[in-house]
Write a protein that binds this ligand. Structure first.
Ligand SMILES: [Fe+2]
Ligand SMILES: [Fe+2]
Length: 678
C-alpha cells in the first residue's frame, strides 16, 4: 500500500508553560512548537491543505489534559494521529483526572534524564505511525468490502436493467455506463461484430464514452483480425488486462493504436478488454474499458468513473491504476449478460418488424376488396401519428402537458391500422350502396311497375275486346270510351308513381316523411289488381323496397346501418384476440371507440364526453372523418375539397361531435400538410 496523495507532518506540540522542561538538544532534533492555543496550532496545519495529515506528540501538564481531551474529540480524527505526554513536576502530578489512557504515551517528570524523555517521544511517534498504518489498512479493507458489495449490487442492477431495456441504442449506453461505474474506468467503447454485404465479418465501433473528454461519436468499421486490441479479443475470446497500453510487449500479436490519444490529447494507460459472448458462445462484440481510476484508499470511493477528471498528464499519473484482476471475470459476466440482452433486443425488434409488416399486409389485403377505399387505414394511421406528434410539440392549450412516448405512438399507429379491420365481416355491397335501393332492386321494381302497366293495359284491352266480340250492344261506344279513359288515367298514374319512386330512391335528406308518400302509393297500387301468369297476385312494391325507400337520411336502411356500425365491435373482437404485450393493451379499446361522438350520438355505446372516450380514440375519430372526406373520388362518392373538409370538421367540433381542441390544432398547425400519403 503506497501512501500516495497525502503529506505527513510530524510535530511535537508543547504547552507554553513547559518550555523549560524540554532540553535544548531535543528541541534541535525534533520539530517543536510551543503553543498556548492547540486548536489553532493543529488547525493551521490541517487547514493549509486537505491532503495534510498531522502526526503529533502533544506535551502538556496534567491540569490541561481535560481541555485537550475535549478539543481532540472535536477534530477530524482521520487526519490527526496523536499521543499525549503528560509532563509535570513530580509533586504537581495529578493522575486521577486522566482518562482515555490509550492516547497517553507516558508521564514525564521534569527531572527525568534526557535520554528517557527522548525514548518516550520516539515511542509516541512509533505508536502514532502504527496507529496510522492500521487505520489505512482498515480503510483499505473496508473499501474493498464496500467495493465488493457495490459490485454485487451493480451486477444485480445490471442484470435487471439489461433485461428491462429493449431499445438497442439505449442498451449499449447502459452496458457501457454500468461497466465503467463498476470498474472506475474513465473511458469505454463497445464494438459489435457484424457482416458486410459480402458476408465477411468485421468489427463496428458502435458506441463510446470518455468522461474526461467531450468527443463526438463517429461509427466506423474495421477488419476483424488480431492486429488491434479489440480485434484480438473479438477473434480469440481472451480477456486482456493491460497495465499500460504504451508498454505492450513488442512480441504480442496485437498492438496499440495511439491515434485516438493524439487526436484528443488523451493518454490511454490501463485497459480491460473483454469479449461479449452470446448464449451459444459466439462472440458478438467487445467491451473495451480504459484507465481505471478506482481508489480503494479514498474516503469517497464508489463513483470515481464519473467524478475524477483526467485533465493533465499529472492527473493520469496520479489517478490511473491497473484494472483490478477481479474485473476480468466480473466484466465478462456483464458482457455475457449484455450480449444476451443485445441479442434479445435484436430479436424483439425483428419480431416487432415482422409483426408490423404482417399487420400492414393483412390490412392491405382487406382494403383491396374495395379499391375505392384502399389506403384508408394507412392514411388514418399516418394522420393519427401526425396529430399525436403535434400534441407532443405544443406547450399550450389543454394538451400542453400531454406527451406520447414512442410506445404510445406505436400503440396508436397499430390501433389506427386496424381500426376498420372488422369491415372484413361485412357485405361489401353495403359499403358501396349509393342509393336507397341496390341497382338490381330498382330495376326489378321498375320492371314490376312496367308489368303492372302492361297488365292494366291488357286487362282493359281484353274488356274492350269482349264488348267488341259481343256485337257492340247499345251503349257499347260509351262503355269503351269510359274504359279507355280509365285505362289512360291508371297507366298515367303508374308512370307518375314510377317517377316518385325513382326520386324516393335518391339518398338525399327528405324534407318530408317518405313513409307517408309510400303509404299513399301503396294504397293506390292496392286498388289495381296485378297477377302473374299463374294467377297469383303480384306485390309490385316489396316489403324490402318499403324498408329501403322509407329511409329518411342517406342510402342505408336501419338493418344495413346496424351492420355497418357493427364493424367497430367486429374490429374489437378480432383485435382483442391478438396477444398484445402490456404496453399495447389499449389497442382494442382505442379502435373500438373511433365512431363515438362527444355528444353521445356515436356508436357502438353512445359514450358521452371527453372523460369517457380516450384521447387516442378522439384523435382517430378526426383522422377518420378527414380521410373519408378527402379520399379520392369513388364511383359512389365525390371527394370533398380541402377547405370544405376543414369547415365540416369545425362544424363537427362546434356541434360537440369531435374534440374541438384537436380540430383546432389540426387546422391551425396545418397538421394535414404534414401527411405524406396521397
Ligand atoms: Fe370505421
Ligand atoms: Fe375508418
Amino acid at each position: 500500500m503506497q501512501l500516495k496523495e497525502i503529506n505527513i507532518t510530524k510535530k511535537i506540540l508543547v504547552s507554553e508553560e513547559f518550555e523549560n522542561f524540554i532540553p535544548n538538544d531535543l528541541k534541535e532534533e525534533y520539530n517543536f512548537e510551543l503553543t498556548g492555543d492547540f486548536r489553532h496550532s493543529i488547525g493551521s496545519i490541517l487547514d493549509e491543505n486537505e491532503r495534510n495529515i498531522l502526526f503529533s506528540v502533544i506535551i502538556i501538564g496534567s491540569t490541561e489534559y481535560r481541555d485537550i481531551y475535549k478539543l481532540m474529540n472535536l477534530l477530524d480524527y482521520s487526519r490527526i494521529y496523536y499521543q499525549i505526554v503528560i509532563i509535570d513536576m513530580e509533586e504537581k502530578l495529578d493522575i486521577s483526572t486522566l482518562d482515555r489512557l490509550y492516547h497517553i504515551s507516558d508521564i514525564i517528570v521534569t527531572d527525568m534524564p534526557v535520554s528517557k524523555k527522548k525514548f518516550i517521544i520516539d515511542k509516541s511517534f512509533s505508536i502514532i505511525k502504527k496507529h496510522f498504518q492500521n487505520e489505512q489498512k482498515k480503510r483499505w479493507y473496508y473499501n474493498k468490502l464496500i467495493d465488493s458489495q457495490n459490485d454485487q449490487d451493480d451486477l444485480i442492477n445490471i442484470g435487471q436493467a439489461l433485461s428491462a431495456e429493449k431499445d438497442i441504442d439505449k442498451l449499449l449506453r447502459l452496458i457501457l455506463s454500468l461497466s465503467k461505474k463498476m470498474t472506475g474506468a474513465d473511458a469505454g467503447s463497445i464494438y459489435l461484430v457484424e457482416e458486410d454485404e459480402n458476408g465477411k465479418k468485421r468489427l463496428r465501433f458502435k458506441y463510446s464514452h470518455t468522461f474526461s473528454r467531450e468527443i463526438p461519436l463517429e461509427e466506423f468499421t474495421m477488419d476483424l483480425n488480431k492486429n488491434s486490441i479489440s480485434g484480438y479479443v473479438a477473434v480469440t475470446g481472451e480477456v486482456l488486462n493491460i497495465p499500460n497500453a504504451y508498454e505492450i510487449d513488442a512480441m504480442a500479436p496485437y498492438s496499440f493504436n495511439p491515434y485516438f490519444d493524439k487526436e484528443n490529447s488523451y493518454i490511454s494507460r490501463s485497459m480491460l478488454v473483454v469479449p461479449m459472448k452470446n448464449h451459444i458462445d459466439q462472440i458478438i462484440g467487445v467491451i473495451q474499458l480504459l484507465n481505471s481510476k478506482e481508489d480503494l484508499k479514498s474516503r469517497t470511493h464508489g463513483n470515481e468513473a464519473f467524478t475524477v477528471m483526467l485533465r493533465s498528464e499529472e492527473d493520469f499519473d496520479r489517478y490511473v491504476v491497473t484494472f483490478d484482476e477481479k474485473y476480468n471475470n466480473l466484466l465478462q459476466a456483464i458482457a455475457g449478460q449484455a450480449a444476451i440482452a443485445l441479442e434479445n433486443g435484436r430479436l424483439i425488434s425483428q419480431i416487432q418488424k415482422q409483426f408490423e409488416e404482417f399487420v400492414k399486409a393483412s390490412v392491405s389485403a382487406i382494403e383491396s376488396r374495395d379499391p375505392a377505399t384502399s389506403g384508408h387505414s394507412f392514411r388514418v394511421a399516418e394522420i393519427c401519428t401526425a396529430i399525436a406528434n403535434e400534441i407532443n410539440d405544443i406547450n399550450y392549450g389543454s394538451y400542453a402537458m400531454t406527451k406520447f412516448s414512442e410506445t404510445d405512438l406505436k400503440e396508436l399507429e397499430f390501433a389506427a391500422l386496424l381500426h376498420d379491420f372488422g369491415k372484413v365481416y361485412i357485405d361489401l355491397n353495403i359499403f358501396r350502396k349509393a342509393k336507397k335501393l341496390y341497382p338490381r332492386d330498382l330495376e326489378n321494381l321498375k320492371l314490376r311497375l312496367d308489368y303492372l302497366y302492361r297488365f292494366i293495359e291488357l286487362k282493359y284491352a281484353s274488356e274492350i275486346q269482349n264488348i267488341l266480340k259481343s256485337g257492340m250492344p247499345a251503349g257499347s261506344d260509351e262503355k269503351i270510351r269510359e274504359l279507355e279513359n280509365a285505362k289512360n288515367s291508371i297507366i298515367k298514374r303508374i308512370g307518375e308513381i314510377k317517377e316518385d319512386l325513382i326520386n324516393l330512391n335518391e339518398p338525399t335528406v327528405s324534407d318530408f316523411e317518405p313513409m307517408e308518400l309510400l303509404e299513399s302509393i301503396l294504397q293506390e297500387l292496392g286498388k289495381f289488381e296485378c297477377r302473374d301468369l299463374t294467377g297469383s297476385p303480384i306485390e309490385v312494391i316489396t316489403d324490402e323496397n318499403i324498408l329501403n325507400l322509407s329511409t329518411k337520411r342517406g342510402s342505408l336502411n336501419p338493418v344495413e346501418r346496424n351492420e355497418i356500425e357493427s364493424h367497430v365491435t367486429e374490429t374489437y373482437k378480432f383485435v382483442s384476440k391478438i396477444p398484445w404485450p402490456p404496453e399495447y393493451k389499449n389497442i382494442p379499446e382505442i379502435a373500438l371507440r373511433h365512431h363515438e361522438k362527444l355528444d353521445g350520438t356515436g356508436y357502438p355505446d353512445g359514450l358521452k364526453g371527453r372523460d369517457s372516450i380516450s384521447l387516442q380514440s378522439r384523435i382517430m375519430a378526426i383522422a377518420d372523418i378527414y380521410d373519408a372526406l378527402t379520399a379520392k373520388d369513388r364511383p359512389y362518392k365525390k371527394s370533398v375539397p380541402l377547405d370544405r373538409v376543414l369547415c365540416i370538421l369545425k362544424e363537427e367540433a362546434a356541434n360537440s361531435k369531435v374534440d374541438p381542441d384537436i380540430v383546432e390544432l389540426f387546422i391551425n398547425n396545418r397538421v394535414y400538410e404534414k401527411i405524406s400519403m396521397p
